[in-house]
Design a protein. Structure first.
Length: 738
């Protein structure tokens, strides 16, 4: 009946001979000529059947009926095949493909098709949260566009491009089709939503990282190492990031949504890491984790008991945004790595030993004493942590002067506010290294953490304070992160500051402090009578040729001046990201021997210890004859034993195996209510084992059965907790055969 009506409509035109020849490309319905032979007889002899059929087809409204997002192929090409949810996960600035099934064959000459992608609560075209993807003849790249690359009867295959600045997040997809007879809109099922992420593999994305081994480590590795302890007693624990586990991507996007920030800003990694830095802690915004350092973790989990981020994020999502209890710096750092890697931003977890906390933006760690050299408690707010954990994330910084792209420090542990919110970063490491603390974000705070001097101030009779001692080389030691491709520790201190005591490092310290709240801490120059300028002759150096840059100095004084000049040349990406330094140059235009022993007995400190078992020795003195001030602090840890984990049996997917966990109680007292926390990605989900009591110096062995679900190199991690002992961990490498 429908075909007959369309036939009459077609014959009502001025003449059958006026049918556009382009309609000939459309096929006829299979039974048309069988049922409409009389219509064909009425046509002029020269009228081809295809013209008639094309004309009839043009009056059938074109509708999309289904789509196939080709998840397996797209996921492999986009490096998203590790995500365990059955969703379409793509990376921006990279082509993806999809099949669309239509109600009839597509006519390139008369039919039009657009894709609509919408994200956020109120999608708007002007804010790039409602994207209209046009159909083009040829793809150009780095913009929203689509092209038909294959046709198969009623199905067409599209290649779709997105720009390197696209907003990340979950997009709802609709297909809009138009033809001479009308318009049709097909709304895809929620299962066909598109999840768009950052793309470190694309040069058009500001998080581009050009080293494949580093991309494998800082984006795709879901297990890492977090360092702790003291500068001379560095410990490490394995941390399951689990960024690809089921539900984690949805949780990460939920965290962004819960921040109440406009999703139109989610295309900029600077904005995203500031949101994540604020939302991983619960201060201000009911974020993921409640921080607590008191030692009383009633109503929550002791921070040392967590083995990874998955359990924390799952608990936060399941509770509809109720903050999880409790976290400390390494937990905040581990969760931040999980969230940022999940979203596609290269991220590493960093530990700074002897990490300073500057509370008054002086860029120094200030210690105040009275006339008798006794500390003034209410003025000593600054502190030095045994260690502190934060994150580095990789991105270009077009908002800053060239050269500040690359690694950026981000800290989710709530310490000081940034623009009124408890977050920190991203602060470029190059700016921190050079003391350029006037650059955003939060460079003064991070600089003080890694390169501040400890200053001793003594109160004078009139109530003022005088600087009587400066201690250098005490802050920012052995800054560590997991090495690329191995479990070794990689010392990255040189990325945060020049060698301690070098001229470059001292210049950076004094430069930074000149912007702090106590700019006169260091002696100011008595004159500024030398100027320096770099001159480039002609049109500049040519590629492939030797080049010469001229540095001009002008001495405005009447006396000789000597300049110590350090120079370095580096290769930069066009985005301002540092590639490599290739040239460095430096030019110049009676106390008898005695020992004091301090006794340390377990009975005196056992009831006072908190989480890390850390102790600090502070010494203050003065030499009578010379009035020289002696001042130092020495921190150290009481080491805890490891859990020894031994796999038993051959690890094979789907076959039960066992691990044996051994532990020796190091204390001369019984451990009460001992609990173990075990887990392993691809091995077993998080499980708690209640053991009970362990006698003084007793040895225990616990076995755990489980069935591996994923093949490959895996890590089984475990932690032990009780009221008398924390910070006990263990890890075993297990290779599971398919």
């Amino acid at each position: 009946m429908l075909i007959s009506q369309l036939t009459l409509l077609f014959l009502s035109q001025d003449s059958c001979s006026r049918v556009s020849p382009v309609w000939k490309s459309v096929r006829a319905p299979p039974l048309f000529w069988k049922h409409h032979a009389r219509l064909a007889a009425l046509l002029p002899p020269a009228t081809p059947k295809a013209s008639l059929l094309s004309g009839l087809h043009s009056h059938l409204i074109l509708k999309a009926q289904s789509i196939d997002l080709m998840k397996l192929k797209n996921h492999k090409n986009h490096h998203t095949d590790l995500y365990q949810d059955n969703i379409c996960v793509l990376r921006r600035s990279q082509t993806f493909q999809m099949w669309i099934t239509l109600s009839r064959p597509f006519n390139r000459h008369t039919d039009k098709l657009h894709l609509h992608l919408k994200t956020g609560p109120i999608p708007e075209v002007g804010k790039r949260t409602h994207v209209i993807v046009p159909l083009v003849e040829e793809l150009k790249g780095n913009c929203w566009e689509a092209a038909v690359v294959k046709e198969n009867d009623k199905r067409i295959k599209l290649s779709v491009n997105s720009p390197g600045t696209a907003v990340i997040g979950r997009y709802r997809l609709t297909v809009e089709t138009t033809c001479p007879n009308g318009l049709a809109i097909y709304t895809c099922n929620p299962s066909d939503d598109i999840y768009m992420l950052f793309n470190p593999w694309s040069k058009d994305d500001s998080v581009f990282l050009d080293d494949e081994e580093e991309r494998q480590e800082y984006v795709l590795n879901d297990v890492g190492r977090i360092y702790n302890g003291r500068v001379n007693q560095i410990g490490a624990r394995t941390w399951n990031y689990g960024q690809f586990d089921s539900g984690i991507l949805a949780t990460c996007l939920y965290i962004l949504e819960k921040s109440k920030t406009l999703c139109s800003g989610w295309g900029d990694p600077v904005n995203v890491v500031r949101i994540v830095s604020a939302m991983v802690n619960s201060n201000d915004d009911a974020g993921v984790l409640v921080g607590k350092w008191s030692g009383d973790y009633t109503g929550g989990t002791c921070p040392t008991f967590w083995n990874g981020s998955v359990e924390i994020l799952q608990q936060y999502y399941a509770s509809k945004g109720s903050p999880v209890k409790y976290g400390q710096c390494w937990v905040f750092g581990g969760v931040t790595t999980t969230v940022l890697r999940c979203l596609g931003i290269p991220t590493r977890t960093v530990t700074n030993f002897n990490s300073a906390h500057d509370t008054d933006v002086s860029l120094t760690i200030d210690v105040y004493v009275d006339e008798n050299m006794d500390t003034i408690t209410n003025k000593n707010q600054d502190s030095i942590w045994n260690f502190h954990v934060w994150n580095d994330c990789w991105m270009a910084r077009p908002d800053l002067p060239p050269g500040n792209g690359g690694w950026q420090a981000v800290d989710a542990t709530p310490q000081e506010t940034s623009n009124g919110i408890y977050c920190c970063g991203p602060a470029p490491l190059t700016a921190i290294r050079n003391g350029q603390v006037y650059l955003k974000y939060d460079c003064p705070f991070v600089f003080a953490e890694v390169n501040s001097d400890r200053i001793l101030w003594q109160r004078n009779a009139d109530g003022t304070y005088s600087k009587i001692f400066t201690e250098k080389k005490v802050v920012g030691c052995n800054i560590s992160t997991k090495a690329v491709g191995s479990d070794e520790r990689n010392d990255i201190t040189h990325m945060y500051k020049y060698a301690e005591g070098s001229e470059e490092e001292r210049v950076a310290v004094e430069t930074a402090c000149s912007y702090g709240s106590k700019p006169d801490t260091y002696e100011s120059p008595t004159a500024k009578d030398v100027t320096m300028k770099v001159v480039m002759e002609g049109e500049g150096p040519k590629l492939g040729s030797d080049a010469e840059l001229i540095v001009k100095f002008i001495n405005h004084s009447c006396e000789n001046r000597n300049v110590s000049l350090n120079s370095q040349l580096a290769v930069m990406y066009y985005t301002g990201v540092h590639k490599a330094t290739f040239q460095k140059e430096k030019r110049d235009l009676d106390l008898l021997p005695n020992k004091v022993k301090l006794a340390l007995t377990y009975d005196k400190y056992k009831d006072l210890l908190v989480d890390q078992g850390a102790l600090m020795l502070t010494l203050l003195g003065r030499v009578k004859e010379t009035q020289q001030v002696l001042a130092t602090q020495f921190g150290f840890l009481l080491r805890t034993p490891d859990l020894i984990i031994k796999p038993i049996g051959k690890p094979v997917v789907g076959q039960k195996m066992t691990v044996e966990i051994s532990f020796i109680n190091p204390l001369p007292e019984e451990l009460k209510d001992v609990v173990l926390n075990v887990e392993g990605i691809g091995l077993l989900p998080v499980q708690k084992i209640t053991y009970g009591d362990i006698r003084s110096n007793g040895r225990v062995t616990i076995t755990k059965d489980f069935t591996p679900t994923l093949a490959g190199a895996k890590k089984f991690v475990a932690s032990l907790h009780c009221s008398q002992l924390t910070q006990v961990h263990g890890v075993a490498d297990i290779y599971v055969e398919a």
